[in-house]
Design a protein around this ligand. Sequence first.
Ligand SMILES: O=c1ccn([C@H]2C[C@H](O)[C@@H](COP(=O)(O)OP(=O)(O)OP(=O)(O)O)O2)c(=O)[nH]1
Ligand SMILES: [Mg+2]
Length: 152
Amino acid sequence: MSTEVTVELQQLAHAQGLPLPAYQTAEAAGLDLMAAVPEDEPMTLAPGQYALVPTGLAIALPPGHEAQVRPRSGLAAKHGVTVLNSPGTVDADYRGEIKVILINHGAASFVIKRGERIAQMVIAPVVQAALVPVTILSPTDRGAGGFGSTGR
Ligand SMILES: O=c1ccn([C@H]2C[C@H](O)[C@@H](COP(=O)(O)OP(=O)(O)OP(=O)(O)O)O2)c(=O)[nH]1
Ligand SMILES: [Mg+2]
């Protein structure tokens, strides 16, 4: 079973009437985020275009956690629509509206209607680093090899 943390959720005025995000299945990792665009003003992404899409939601995460804004595979597979900065990072101390930067890599225009599930949000623990400046790093077998150094 997955672990559970309590996250305060604020539905902003322009999201009133939309359902709150919910896990779609028992072990789902992500909460679907909905577009809080006006009912009479859907947003259209022309091919190659990107935009900041409002969700009408703000959250207060417990310290030591983040929310990752990730694409929905269905939108990517069917329409070429994805999250431009994926995974977007929502910091635990952010109290503003969560927004999704959607980009249309598809060949056709993509219309985002109010309530459309545009991305998903995964809550995850965060480890902060205590950085220790050194002149020489501890050695390993790999060393500086990378980018295909172990062969194909
Ligand atoms: O997809 C995203 C990514 C970020 N944010 C919000 C929450 C996050 O805490 C804040 C800052 O995000 P980030 O650190 O990625 O952006 P930045 O360009 O570094 O801005 P800042 O200087 O405000 O940190 O913006 C979103 O709503 N959606
Ligand atoms: Mg930042």
